[in-house]
Every structure is written in structure tokens, then in C-alpha cells.
Design a protein around this ligand. Structure first.
Ligand code: IMP
Ligand code: MG
Length: 180
């Protein structure tokens, strides 16, 4: 699997450091608020488990699955809710954890959904932000790294469901797409 990677963008250590830094900021921001942390499946699983260990506060954890990518590297444009939350979000302070914001459509869909369900507040923490890909006007409140406009994998992010278990974020060799 590691042989499929052309270049490492963020090492395990880079990501650990950024999780520590953001975790500290979130500890301060959410002290006494008992937030509901929402992990967006499946991509944000690794980042969520790292960042919540850096947050010294009481918080609830829930999961939602939204999907817009088929097995392609370009967004289909349509967001689907494939697994809903268990929690009632009414009146809650919600912190969404994402793996990457590209077009912004997934996040816009989720934020609109949460607002319709009358959350008290919603903020977003993303490991990666790809501003060059943006098609809707949406911003994260906490960002790990800004990535170039390339398709990245690893640390939760997949290509055709593979590479999520890479311990770093990297760029695939072009041959991997070509031999599909
Ligand atoms: P958006 O709706 O275009 O912002 O896309 C967000 C979702 O698309 C993320 O949660 C990822 O699952 C996926 N995605 C976007 N860019 C990449 C990438 O470079 N590699 C892997 N998945 C990506
Ligand atoms: Mg994906």
C-alpha cells in the first residue's frame, strides 16, 4: 500500500502536533459547554479519535455518514445522508469534525441540516482544507492544514475505499488512477 504513494504531505507526527494544538484551542473554546462532537464518517474517524483525546472537557460523541463521492476523485455534486445521528441536537453546541473540505457541499448540507434541527451553535474543525476546490461559500472554524488542489489519501481519506489506514496524508501515484 505504501508503494502507491508518490509523496507524503503530512506525516503522522505533523498530524499529531496539529491535533494537540487544535485540541488545546477547543478545550478553551468549549469549557463548560458540554458540546456534542459529530464525527463525519468515514473519513474523519482517525482525526476525531486523535483530537478528542486532546480535549479536556465533558463532551458527547456522535456519528453521521454523508456521501457525495462515488469511487471517483471528482465530487458527484449530490450529497446523501447515509447514516443519521443518534442524538437529539436541539439546543446543543455542536462541533463537527471533518477530514477535508473541498467543494464545501458536504459541509453546507450538514450545517443546513443542523440549523433546521435548531442547534444552539455549530462550529467546524477540519483536518484539511482545500480552498481551491470551493464551490459554495463555507468556511471551517478550525483548520489543520491547507492542501493544494490535488487528490489526497490516508489518515482516514480514501480512494475507492482504500488507503484510509495509512498513518499519514499523501498523494497517490497517477498510475493508480490510470489502471483502474
Ligand atoms: P466536498 O463536499 O466537496 O467539500 O467534499 C468533502 C468530502 O469529499 C470529504 O469529506 C471527503 O470524503 C471527500 N474528499 C474531498 N477531497 C478529497 C481528497 O482529496 N481525497 C479524499 N477524499 C476527498
Ligand atoms: Mg470519501
Amino acid at each position: 500500500m505504501n508503494n502507491d504513494i508518490e509523496r507524503v504531505l503530512y506525516s503522522r507526527e505533523d498530524i499529531h502536533q496539529v491535533a494537540q494544538k487544535l485540541g488545546k484551542e477547543l478545550t478553551t473554546a468549549y469549557a463548560g459547554k458540554n458540546p456534542l462532537i459529530i464525527c463525519v464518517l468515514k473519513g474523519a474517524v482517525l482525526f476525531t479519535t486523535d483530537i478528542i483525546r486532546e480535549m479536556d472537557i465533558y463532551a458527547d460523541l456522535d456519528f453521521i455518514n454523508l456521501s457525495s463521492y462515488g469511487n471517483e476523485t471528482i465530487s458527484s455534486g449530490e450529497v446523501q445522508l447515509t447514516k443519521d445521528l443518534d442524538a437529539d441536537v436541539t439546543g446543543r453546541d455542536v462541533l463537527v469534525i471533518e477530514d477535508i473540505i473541498d467543494t464545501g457541499r458536504t459541509l453546507k448540507f450538514l450545517i443546513d441540516l443542523l440549523k433546521r434541527r435548531d442547534v444552539n451553535s455549530v462550529k467546524v474543525c477540519t483536518l484539511l482544507d482545500k480552498p481551491a476546490g470551493r464551490l459554495v461559500d463555507i468556511k471551517a472554524d478550525y483548520i489543520g492544514f491547507e492542501v493544494p488542489n490535488e487528490f489526497v489519501v490516508g489518515y482516514g481519506l480514501d480512494y475507492a475505499e482504500r488507503y484510509r489506514n495509512l498513518p499519514y496524508v499523501g498523494i497517490l501515484k497517477p498510475a493508480i488512477y490510470e489502471h483502474k
